[in-house]
Design a binder for this molecule. Structure first.
Ligand SMILES: Nc1ncnc2c1ncn2[C@@H]1O[C@H](COP(=O)(O)OP(=O)(O)O)[C@@H](O)[C@H]1O
Ligand SMILES: [Mg+2]
Length: 392
């Protein structure tokens, strides 16, 4: 029996939605009280979620009013490939994350408004950013606007600072944290759980010939890295730290696929399915890794880091990241709250490795040798906690 059929049998109360069945979407939204008086769902179109069903819903009123919203349903499998299991609690966790953020005005201003949520059916209704597109184009040569980079950093700072020290266990998301651990600290090194448990959204890590085909010499570098004891020890230690960390609420998947560019140039952040308690540096490091993969100009990267660390553009020195300085380095004034640059560098390093030789590769462009060079950067980041852009 397929994963879906098994689920349907066990959960007859959960209506599995599809953009091809607007009538069914109308019935479910009506039952949940999400439709206004004399309002009806007239059309649905897919927004192409990779792991969940994400659709634009058009709603028409009898008297002529019209609006749209985004409906997202997350089931315990990957939408792109239903044979791959996903943690069952992810939809509930995303709903709770949005509900929490709605109480944090500054962080909420960078995300869609939560219009409705149903834990049992694992459905969310969100403000629709019509005309927006995700920022995966950054990997293909597009440069992020500095204001947009600052917006992304400000979102992280607002999220992390306003939840630092809170201990709301309702927001813990162990299934997705465990999956993230596997994706980052195990799968790229061939330590993933047996097939059946599944690799989650990433495919299998590439072997040497496949990597060499991507870029000459990449396979050799990857093999050296996978058998590098010092590096592997640093990865394992960071993995332990990741598991135990609970300083503040983190987004958990802070990359261009979840950054939306609005028609007016603003950015918004979506998809907090991996949202959990963790280290602020985890989100900052992940975002930083993707800006490096996308080969963004240094000013853009520094603007992002400064905003994430709590510096406004006016307060910033031209080359000041706003992050605390490493021990033994010349002191710089760190902006509140002061992130740990070594920790941010280490988290950036493991994300770089995952995206370069693990299963979650991104469509990089650039000169020959770019991947191998980034892999070397990643090793230094993980082992030494050092990334040049995190130093002034
Ligand atoms: N509120 C929204 N407004 C407009 N587009 C959205 C919105 N939320 C998601 N999308 C689009 O749908 C895509 C998938 O949504 P996402 O929540 O990231 O799903 P998944 O968990 O499957 O990755 C996003 O990359 C974006 O293009
Ligand atoms: Mg997404």
């Amino acid at each position: 029996m397929s994963r879906r059929a098994e689920f349907e049998e066990a959960h007859p109360e959960v209506h599995i939605l599809s953009h091809q069945q607007a009538g069914r979407v109308d019935l479910v939204m009506g039952a949940l009280g999400w439709l206004g008086d004399e309002e009806q769902v007239t059309a649905c179109s897919t927004l192409g979620g990779d792991s969940s069903t994400v659709m634009r819903v058009e709603l028409q009123e009898l008297r002529g009013g019209w609006r749209t919203a985004v409906l997202k349903q997350s089931l315990p499998w990957l939408r792109r490939d239903e044979s791959v299991a996903m943690p069952a609690g992810r939809g509930r966790a995303e709903f709770r994350f949005y509900r929490q953020v709605a109480r944090l005005p500054e962080a909420a201003s960078h995300m869609p408004r939560l219009l409705g949520g149903d834990e049992k059916r694992s459905i969310l209704l969100l403000e629709d950013f019509r005309g927006s597109s995700d920022l995966t184009v950054l990997y293909c040569g597009r440069v992020l606007d500095e204001d947009a980079a600052a917006g992304l950093g400000s979102f992280l700072r607002a999220l992390h600072e306003s939840t630092r020290g809170c201990e709301d266990r309702e927001l813990s998301n162990p299934g997705m944290k465990g999956l993230n651990h596997r994706l980052l600290f195990e799968a790229p090194y061939g330590l993933a759980a047996p097939v059946g448990e599944g690799l989650g959204p990433d495919g299998p890590a590439l072997d040497r010939p496949a990597l060499d085909e991507l870029e000459e010499g990449l396979g050799t570098s990857a093999m050296a890295m996978r058998s590098d004891g010092e590096f592997r020890k640093a990865v394992a230690e960071l993995g332990e730290r990741y598991r135990d960390s609970d300083t503040c609420l983190v987004h958990g998947a802070f990359h261009p696929g979840n950054w939306l560019l609005l028609p007016d140039g603003d950015v918004r952040v979506v998809d907090p399915q991996y949202g959990e308690w963790g280290d602020a540096e985890f989100d900052v490091g992940t975002g930083l890794a993707h800006l490096l993969l996308a080969r963004q100009p240094e000013e853009v990267v520094r603007t992002f880091l400064s905003a994430a660390a709590g510096r406004s553009g006016d307060e910033r020195e031209p080359d000041d990241t706003g992050l605390e300085q490493r021990e033994g380095e010349p002191a710089v004034e760190a902006g509140p709250p002061g992130l740990d640059p070594e920790l941010a560098a280490r988290y950036a390093g493991v994300e770089l490795v995952r995206r370069l030789i693990g299963g979650g590769r991104v469509p990089l462009t650039g000169d020959a040798g770019v991947r191998t060079a980034l892999l070397a950067t990643a090793r230094t980041a993980v082992v030494e906690g050092h990334l040049e852009v995190l130093r002034t």
